[in-house]
Write a protein that binds this ligand. Structure first.
Ligand code: IPM
Ligand code: MG
Length: 360
């Protein structure tokens, strides 16, 4: 198979972890006899520096042409006080929308080798294996009206959380499809005791559920879900929610996995004529400017995102499994980066990338 992959390394540690992820991708592609055509584009702060905007048209064109896009991270502290419209993050929101990747899958898995890396008690974390399914193209991130108007005491900030029936139904179906191949349980998260968007959310989820009679459905309020994720995380299989709830709860989920550096994500949209999903793959972590340029970052979230790409965009499940096995082998070796608090001297970002590539 010929794989046309666009990389968008972005800012901060994004460039470092993407380099290691590409190393692993090249290795697995050659091991399994596939061809790889890589291109690189600009997104985020680096794109602002080089082109004046966080999401150049050229990047949109490259992403639409590629079979799949692998992203690092975006965000630079120099833009901290800039309005949302002009920030690096706007580039990320732009590409998610242009590609139409409405389903963000964030698997949270407790690897046996990392049990001690989580601050939670072992018996709570052991065996955790869930996927957070975050709606990614709607909700308060994109809702209109938005902005800051007026002045003085009457200066007012506005954001709008809005969902249509169609948007809720498609993400619900995605969650149920995933659950079918797992432990057959969907937890839908909302705030239906307060928000109308959540009331519609719950209604539509209930309407779609009978299409999947083999999958159990439960509803949970988002505040309770935040607590349950820490109290009894093993109860979860597929957890589906709107955009901002998913942003928040997936960071909480990272605590279960030992480090946010571990978490991969796959953002997928419609199926193409070829049968592959349109996909954007990125680690859940941010650009971590505090450790950027020091070869310290954990590349395993980015490398896990390569595995997700192989599986979802190319249907290469054996290749994806080979990457995941190699990651586990490296975790078991204890040769890991500082965020995972290894007993020995921490490995560097590039050493971990080399080790995973060698293990394939
Ligand atoms: C994430 C990030 C992004 C988001 C930011 C960088 C815009 O936090 O992918 O979780 O909020 O979606
Ligand atoms: Mg986030």
């Amino acid at each position: 198979m010929q794989l046309n992959v666009l990389t968008l390394p972005g800012d901060g540690i994004g460039t470092e972890v993407t380099r290691e992820a590409v190393k692993v991708l090249e290795e697995v592609v050659s091991k399994f006899g596939h061809g790889l055509k890589l291109s690189e584009g600009l997104l985020g702060g680096i794109a602002i520096h080089k082109t004046g905007g966080p999401f150049p048209d050229e990047t949109a064109r490259l992403a639409l042409d590629a079979d799949a896009t692998l992203m690092g991270a975006v965000g630079l502290p120099e833009f901290d006080n800039v309005p949302p419209e002009k920030r690096p993050e706007k580039g990320l929101l732009g590409i998610r929308k242009v590609l139409g990747v409405y389903a963000n899958l964030r698997p949270v898995k407790a690897y046996p080798a990392l049990i001690e890396s989580s601050p939670l008690k072992n018996h709570i974390v052991e065996g955790v294996d869930m996927i957070i399914v975050r709606e990614l193209n709607g909700g308060i991130y994109y809702g209109q009206p938005r902005g800051i108007q007026g002045s003085g005491d009457e200066e007012r900030g506005t954001n709008t959380m809005t969902y249509t029936r169609a948007e809720i139904a498609r993400i619900t179906r995605m969650a149920f499809h995933l659950a079918r191949n797992r432990k057959k349980k969907v937890t839908s998260v909302d705030k239906s005791n307060v928000l109308e968007t959540s009331q519609l959310w719950r209604k539509v989820v209930n309407e779609v559920a009978p299409e999947f009679p083999d999958v159990e459905l439960e509803h949970l309020l988002v505040d309770n879900c935040a607590m349950q994720l820490i109290l009894r995380p093993k109860q979860f299989d597929v957890v589906v929610m709107e955009n901002m709830f998913g942003d928040i709860l997936s960071d909480e989920g990272a605590v279960l996995a030992g480090s946010i550096g571990m978490l991969p994500s796959a953002s997928i949209g419609e199926k193409k004529a070829s049968g592959a999903w349109v996909g954007l793959y990125e680690p859940v972590h941010g650009s971590a400017p505090d450790i950027a340029g020091q070869n310290k970052a954990n590349p395993l979230g980015a490398i896990g995102s390569v595995a997700a790409m192989l599986e979802y965009s190319f249907g290469l499940v054996n290749e994806a499994a080979a990457v995941n096995r190699a990651v586990e082998e490296v975790l078991n070796s204890g040769n890991v980066t500082a965020d995972l608090k290894p007993k020995n001297t921490p490995a560097t970002c590039s050493q971990v990338g080399d080790a995973v590539a060698n293990a394939i």
